[in-house]
Design a protein around this ligand. Structure first.
Ligand code: ADP
Ligand code: F6P
Length: 324
């Protein structure tokens, strides 16, 4: 028989992402509407182990839907990677009466949720990461805001790049995933995009492309470089030496993780937060909420973690074709 949940906990974990607050608000208010008590766990799994647990009411989440970051704070927690840490976390949930838990974060956070689920705490994951690198879902909270922030910044760099007839290397976030770089490549019409999933580290090809473009009369050359490839400043020096074109590097960095969430991030985060609570109310556990093929759905966490995701060859090829 499905376990009845009276108290629901919520935490945010891993890198923060704009829209996490909208998800927290939806979790809290949907739970209260279903007659549940809600506990907010501060600073992810670290806050759980440190028992930083607060009571939440409907008004605890007033005036947050438009705010970036996460009101609960977030952290990366080494201790929770261990069996002892996970058992301690489950015991603390029991102590506070937390029978169901919504974990808003990325793949790593879902691994933690999976462990808690196996220890008897009903857990549901909600995908929150600017990287869009969760295989089971076409949407992750924060990607839309981050990619729009990066796109606007790149437009600005492009203006000055054109005026000065320079090459600009703009580094965007994504240590392992090139989605922000790919989308900016398409949205900003970049001449080159260097993605962790595709870059062959043959800098001479990039140099040849710059030389060809100059011959065709292009006044700027925009290279979007993903964080996972990095080294933008030294790359700029080498490119300037090889092409004679003045080259500057701009690292956009954590500005991409902040700011007021876009409409899309707010709406999808809200639906996913409510959906997660509905799953808990139905007695479900060890599941992750996803937006897949135009529908809100849920997958077993084990199945979701086993799925693989790669950059679309078609999108990548279109970006290359249009930059020639
Ligand atoms: P994200 O959730 O964005 O992928 P991380 O990979 O940094 O971010 O994971 C966030 C946190 O989730 C980690 O600091 C850790 O506390 C927890 N976590 C990650 N992997 C595991 C795991 N295999 N088992 C238990 N907890 C994990
Ligand atoms: O949240 C995802 C992300 O922003 C990645 O793109 C990046 O590689 C990583 O987090 C950086 O995290 P931090 O600087 O917080 O350690």
């Amino acid at each position: 028989m499905a376990k009845e949940i009276n108290t629901i906990g919520v935490l945010t974990s891993g890198g923060d992402a704009p829209g996490m607050n909208a998800a927290i608000r939806a979790v809290v208010r949907t739970a209260i509407a279903n007659g549940k008590k809600v506990k907010g766990i501060m600073r992810g799994y670290q806050g759980l182990l440190d028992e930083e647990i607060i009571d939440m009411e409907a008004k605890s989440v007033s005036d947050i839907i438009q705010r970036g970051g996460t009101i609960l704070g977030t952290a990366r927690c080494e201790d929770f990677m261990t069996k002892e840490g996970q058992e301690k976390g489950a015991a603390i949930c029991d102590k506070y009466g937390i029978e169901g838990l919504v974990v808003i974060g990325g793949d790593g956070s879902f691994r933690g949720a999976q462990k808690l689920s196996h220890l008897g705490i009903n857990t549901i994951g909600v995908p929150g990461t600017i990287d869009l690198d969760i295989a089971c879902t076409d949407f992750t909270i924060g990607f839309d805001t981050a990619v729009n922030t990066a796109m606007e910044a790149i437009d600005k760099v492009r203006d000055t790049s054109t005026s000065h007839e320079r090459c600009s290397i703009i580094e965007v976030m994504g240590r392992h995933a090139g989605y922000i770089a790919l989308w900016c490549g398409l949205a900003n019409g970049a001449e080159d995009i260097l993605l962790p999933e595709r870059y062959d580290h043959d800098e001479q090809k990039v140099i040849n492309h710059i030389i060809d473009s100059r011959k065709k009369g292009k006044k700027h050359h925009i290279i979007i470089n993903a964080e996972g490839i990095g080294h933008s400043t030294s790359m700029a020096k080498r490119i300037e030496a090889a092409t004679g074109m003045e080259t500057r590097a701009t690292i956009l960095g954590h500005m991409q993780r902040g700011g007021s969430p876009t409409c899309k991030d707010r709406v999808y985060a809200t639906i996913m937060g409510s959906y997660a609570v509905d799953l808990l109310c139905e007695g479900k556990s060890n599941r992750v909420v996803a937006y897949n093929k135009g529908q809100y759905v849920d997958f077993e966490i084990d199945e979701a973690l086993a799925m693989k995701k790669d950059i679309s060859d078609y999108q990548y090829n279109v970006s290359r074709l249009l930059s020639r």
